[in-house]
Design a protein around this ligand. Structure first.
Ligand code: BG6
Length: 475
């Protein structure tokens, strides 16, 4: 420990990405299509039913061919860890085959070699909004129990191949988002408005069982592996002190807590069972499901954090807000250019809540500011003067430091989109999060050149000082 107020030795500083937003090469090396490949406008537009060259989204930033140089840039910042996802459809192009695509596996060997060369620890997400499109079309995604078997085969393939060199694994990105974005998150082709809640919760259940199954496989292959769940965290505050608002906020939070509760405690919490009962939902849960959930709980809890939200019992009267999860706008907070409300203290709240509730090590695997950057000519070439991003991250990390001083065990911090990539919600390139600017616009035009932003040097110094260079700007 660096003293009471510091970050622990070995704190894992780094950055986070996802294959579908990063790699490009959507049809190279035997890759099949994933649900993301047919969401040209992210979740802001209804999913297309059939992919055509016109409705394919931006092809990422060509990490597939440029990974070595990109990883060298991460190393220059001193990254200790790099979070990336493996594209399921690169390994199993359709998702239901028996044999994996060797070319896909070889690509991730090369990525891991490169990370190894620089002493960067990999953190792998097995499924990050990338269900193979075939599974969406022919099985209606995770509503079908057979997906558990397909995912198990995929996870086993990865764990057998990389399990000796990758210690940290996440089973599903933002697993709670299935309830809100069934196509993107769960490969469920039925439009949200026609989807029965019964089917939605059954799909959630299948993912939870699949997550436990992957945890079992991982620990069987290498007991040193650490498997985490990944939750979209969004503290929900009551809009007023009216007890009905307080209860409404609690219910909203429980909708997210439930995923951690099941992953950590191995069983459905009473409040969720009651909610399902009240809705008349009867899930198909087998004895084997129960055993898997109970026996194969996670080693740590990871989460994304961008914003907090409010809730009220009289919500219909108020305007909505939120990113993937809904909510009510908090009148006390400022928002990003995309309306995501900025709340550094909310991160300390979440860290404390999760730690108090689960007593498991926590990993912040996404946080950052999506903003429009302007490229300018600097003394050492093109750059971006992104002080707004530095301030955002500085203030959030000050709260992480506070949480650590509160006694919370935090394994690491990987900022989202450490290199500019395609936005998940809007499929825009102009919603940039990176320390590294990528020359590509919303129409896919640009040289794909990489340029260091001002935040690049800031993050490098922060990592080098293990967080000591943070500035407490609170009043
Ligand atoms: C999270 C996702 O919801 O937020 C990422 O895990 C996503 O895939 C990130 O990119 C930021 O959201 P957006 O919509 O700004 O890209």
């Amino acid at each position: 420990m660096d003293g009471a107020q510091g970050f622990p030795d070995g704190f894992l500083w780094g950055g986070a990405t996802a294959a579908n937003q990063l790699e490009g090469a959507y049809d190279v090396g035997g890759k099949g299509l994933s649900v993301q490949d047919v969401m040209p406008r992210g979740i802001t537009a209804p999913p297309a039913q059939a992919p055509t060259p016109d409705n394919l989204k931006l092809e990422g930033i060509d990490f597939y061919h440029r990974y070595a140089r990109d990883i060298a840039l991460f190393a220059e910042m001193g990254f200790k860890v790099f979070r990336f996802s493996i594209a399921w459809s690169r390994i199993f192009p359709l998702g239901d085959e028996n044999e994996p695509n060797q070319e896909g596996l070889a690509f991730y060997d090369r990525v891991l070699d490169e990370l190894d060369k620089h002493g960067i620890e990999p953190l792998v997400t097995i499924s990050h909004y990338e269900t193979p499109l075939h599974l969406a079309r022919h099985y209606n995604g995770w509503t079908d129990r057979r997906l558990i078997g397909f995912y198990e085969r995929y996870a086993r393939t990865l764990l057998e191949r990389y399990g000796k060199r990758v210690r940290y694994w996440l089973t599903f990105n933002e697993i709670n988002s299935v309830l809100h974005e069934p196509f993107m998150s769960g490969g469920i082709a039925t439009p949200k408005e026609h989807l029965r809640e019964q089917d939605l919760y059954q799909a959630v259940h299948h993912e939870l069982v699949a997550s436990a199954a992957a945890t079992r496989i991982a620990h069987g292959i290498n007991p040193d592996i650490r498997v985490g769940c990944m939750i979209l965290a969004m503290p929900t505050y009551p809009l007023t002190p009216d007890p009905r608002d307080v209860w409404a906020a609690k219910q909203a939070e429980r909708a997210n807590y439930a995923f951690g509760d099941i992953h950590v405690r191995g069983e459905y919490p009473g409040y969720l069972l009651r909610m399902l009962r009240d809705k008349g939902i009867e899930l198909d849960i087998t004895e084997e499901d129960r055993r898997l959930l109970r026996q194969h709980t996670v080693d740590f809890v990871s989460f994304s954090y961008y914003m907090s939200i409010c809730e009220t019992a009289t919500r219909s009267a108020l305007s909505g807000g939120g990113n993937i999860l809904g909510g009510v706008v908090n009148p006390t907070l400022e928002a990003s250019q995309w309306g995501w409300q900025i709340d550094p203290l909310g991160l300390r709240t979440i860290l404390n809540d999760y730690w108090d509730r689960w007593n498991k090590p926590l990993f912040i695997v996404e946080n950052g500011l999506g903003a429009k950057d302007i490229l300018v000519q600097g003394t050492e070439g093109p750059t971006v003067e992104d002080d707004y991003r530095i301030d955002y991250m500085n203030d959030h990390l000050v709260q992480v430091r506070e949480a650590i001083a509160d006694g919370v065990q935090v394994l690491g911090y990987t900022s989202w989109g450490c290199i500019d990539l395609v936005s998940a919600s809007t499929a825009q390139m102009s919603k940039r999060y990176g320390f590294i600017y990528v020359d590509r616009d919303d129409d896919g035009a640009g040289t794909l050149e990489r340029y260091r932003k001002k935040s690049f040097g800031w993050y490098r110094d922060l990592i080098a000082s293990n967080g000591r260079s943070l500035v407490d700007r609170r009043d």
